[in-house]
Design a protein around this ligand. Sequence first.
Ligand SMILES: Cc1ncc(COP(=O)(O)O)c(C=O)c1O
Length: 353
Amino acid sequence: MSVLNASIADFYSDTQTLPSKAMLESVLNVVTGDERQGACPTTNALCERVADLFGMEDAVFLPSGTMCNQIAIAVHTSPGDEIICARESHIVFAECGGLAKLSGAMVSVIDCDRGVFSAHDVRRLCRPPSSFSPRSQLLVTEQTLNLGGGAVWPADQLAEVSGLAKELGLSVHMDGARVLNASVATGVPVSTYATHHDSAWLAFSKGLGCPVGAVLTGSRDFIRDAWHFKRMFGGAMRQTGVLTAMCLYALDHHVERLVEDHLRAAKIAKGLQGCELFSRIYPVETNIVLAEIDSECGVLASTLRDFLGQMGVKIMAVGVNRIRMITHRDVDDAGVLLLMNGIEAFLSNKMAT
Ligand SMILES: Cc1ncc(COP(=O)(O)O)c(C=O)c1O
């Protein structure tokens, strides 16, 4: 639990975690310097460590995951190029159309269950070179899939998809915001998931519990180009050691415990099974629970969210008929109980009206 005043029932997102006392203390004796001049030993150490984790040559520290994605897109594409990805990818639904504004790119989306697609889908959408069509240039994968309910790409399927993309001449980028959740859940090393990828990143401000930060990895040439856009997009900072010390702390102390989040998410999903309100509880593989409200019930996701909110339980409404709950280090079993009681109270209330 954090030192600060975290709600025990905030399932809105794992981004809601607050830094622990020990994490904050890790900053006190930090050795830092100007990261733009390569003079922050702590940031350099973090970048080296994350590059090793992914099996990449180099890495760069960035303030957010969105910036990792947008910089990777800027490096890999030219205006007019097409990106292939799942319809429910974060770069499509939650980055304000940045790929179009910042890089002039367009997208060709794959409709697939839980965001996991096949090599056949990539072959189908990749355009052959022609004098009139856009250039298919980049494939983006997401591990785990946020709007896929934390679905994990099986390593062999991911390698097949990314391997084919390389054969077809595409660059391949991984939005690995929660790749450590996948790795902890399956035992598959992060570097295996990164096979055939040209760039990949992981978030520190989600399950790892840091307030800020993400690290983007790739080849030396890719990271040199990424630095160009880091400065252009305003992501170049100064004494980042005060942030990256917490990220190093998280790598040492907050990775193995992700399994606790996964167990709690499974517990929530089990508790929702059989509840007449829901037509589908997505399979839980990591720390995300996604549930579809039965259209017969005539209940909007936002109505359920607001009701739970009044009971001190925060969840996310995804569109009109899905709710998302994410477990993390600042929710415990008491929070899960509060959530379950809240849903039961909603049902009783609905019956009574
Ligand atoms: C899969 C995925 N990618 C990217 C991001 C963006 O990260 P940030 O909020 O650090 O910009 C998120 C945020 O939740 C995410 O879930």
